[in-house]
Design a protein around this ligand. Structure first.
Ligand code: SF4
Length: 231
């Protein structure tokens, strides 16, 4: 099961117990514009995480006109390109079970365009865009802009806490593999792993003795012998 398939379930379960958080910090696999919109609308949760970047070749190359270079006029169902051309076609599409809007520009405009090479790879076809429905498109655009800022990245840094917890459990308790067959037994393994993690951390918390220094490595010993520190 993919991470994003359980985001809604996690929120519903937390809300059913009166534990819905004001903010839920997740990694990319758990969120999409639709997840952000639903979390806000149904539970009032701010779902914070980096949205998948624009995979178009223009965005990846960081030159040329990616989607953000176009102005979208939702009321008149039109887009305007950086050259000022207005789209000629606007229609709904369904791709892999998701709704999109396909926007196409006029072939005559694009064939005569002096900056065509910055816009499309096609030798003969006009530029086309695939947009999410307006509320989701706006969330996507806003999130992509915001997640590039230092302020957003500082806010997101708190995610490192749970990543460290997962890492500890994967390394010390083999969390990546189930030892049992069936979800019920696997769930018991997860609960026991969580208890072990808590006990481990409590032990660390109460252990006030400083940790031993690591044994000096051979390379370090050789270096300090050959190049002793100045007196
Ligand atoms: S190729 Fe078409 S859509 Fe792209 S900038 Fe030129 S006129 Fe506009």
């Amino acid at each position: 099961m993919q991470d994003g398939q359980v985001t809604e379930q996690i929120h519903d379960d937390l809300a059913a117990r009166g534990l819905a958080p004001a903010e839920h910090v997740v990694d990319t696999a758990y969120l999409s514009p639709a997840h952000i919109e639903r979390a806000r609308r149904v539970h009032g949760i701010t779902l914070l995480g980096p949205i998948v970047p624009d995979h178009s070749h223009q965005a990846r190359a960081e030159k040329g006109f990616d989607k953000s270079a176009f102005t979208i006029d939702w009321d008149n169902r039109q887009a305007t390109c950086p050259q000022g051309a207005v789209s000629r076609e606007w229609r709904g599409l369904r791709i892999s079970g998701h709704d999109y809007i396909q926007v196409k520009f006029a072939k005559a405009d694009c064939l005569a365009c002096p900056v065509r090479a910055q816009c499309t790879d096609s030798a003969v076809r006009p530029r086309a865009l695939a947009l999410l429905p307006q509320p989701l498109h706006e969330i996507q655009t806003h999130n992509r802009l915001e997640q590039a800022t230092e302020e957003w990245q500082q806010r997101y840094a708190i995610r490192a806490g749970i990543e460290a917890t997962l890492s500890q459990n994967i390394r010390t308790c083999g969390l990546r593999r189930t030892r049992y067959r069936g979800l019920a037994r696997t769930h018991v393994q997860h609960v026991l792993t969580a208890m072990a993690c808590n006990l481990h951390r409590l032990a660390d918390w109460f252990d006030s003795a400083p940790r031993k220094r690591r044994r000096e490595g051979c390379f370090h010993a050789l270096c300090t012998t050959m190049f002793p520190a100045p007196a």
